[in-house]
Design a protein around this ligand. Structure first.
Ligand SMILES: [Zn+2]
Length: 186
């Protein structure tokens, strides 16, 4: 679950919530262009999971009696054009990518991971993360997108997170919430 200091609050007004859910559905990141027309693949790009978690930590605890709170978890990422991928090392399919049925695949952007107790609220949180990270016109990552600080591994493979929490708990450098448990109010 990703939280950033600059995220908007999820709206409470029902009309505003509905408008925002449709804004997310219509986002350019989920659309692919075929013969000059744009088709939405929003329901391919947003992967819906659910889990029972501890209501305090919002994570799955080893002690299963603690996992009493229902959460919807979302993973999402823009449609990815395999024809543009020159790094895979695989040759293009026979006949080329042009009209190949699996030319476009969904991707996973971990900065969009989110969740909530109900699907509508989870989608509204996803909308906020998409707005923070993606340009609605070009569907590319925003050039000013906040990049999470990278951590480091020492010689014993012990990981030190790169973020430095400020007084509000969010990172002083990248602005992401660096803790395992959610910020107050989530
Ligand atoms: Zn950071």
């Amino acid at each position: 679950m990703r939280h950033h200091r600059n995220l908007k609050h999820v709206p409470t007004d029902p009309a505003e919530r509905q408008e925002r859910v449709w804004w997310l559905y219509e986002h350019r990141a989920w659309k692919i262009e075929v013969h000059g027309h744009l088709f939405s693949h929003a329901w391919t790009c947003v992967d819906i999971r659910f889990n029972y978690v501890d209501p305090e930590t919002l994570t799955i605890e080893d002690d299963e009696t603690r996992n009493t709170h229902f959460e919807i978890w979302l993973e999402a990422g823009p449609m990815f054009d395999q024809a543009s991928d020159t790094s895979s090392g695989f040759p293009p399919p026979e006949g080329g990518w042009e009209n190949h049925p699996s030319r476009w695949i969904r991707s996973h952007d971990p900065d969009l991971d989110c969740g909530a107790a109900d699907l509508e609220t989870a989608l509204l949180r996803l909308a906020n993360l998409v707005e923070l990270c993606y340009d609605p016109e070009t569907w590319e990552s925003r050039s000013d997108r906040p990049r999470r600080c990278e951590g480091t591994f020492d010689e014993n493979d012990a990981y030190t997170p790169g973020c430095e929490p400020a007084s509000d708990g969010y990172c002083a450098r990248c602005g992401w919430w660096p803790h395992g448990t959610p910020p107050p109010g989530f």
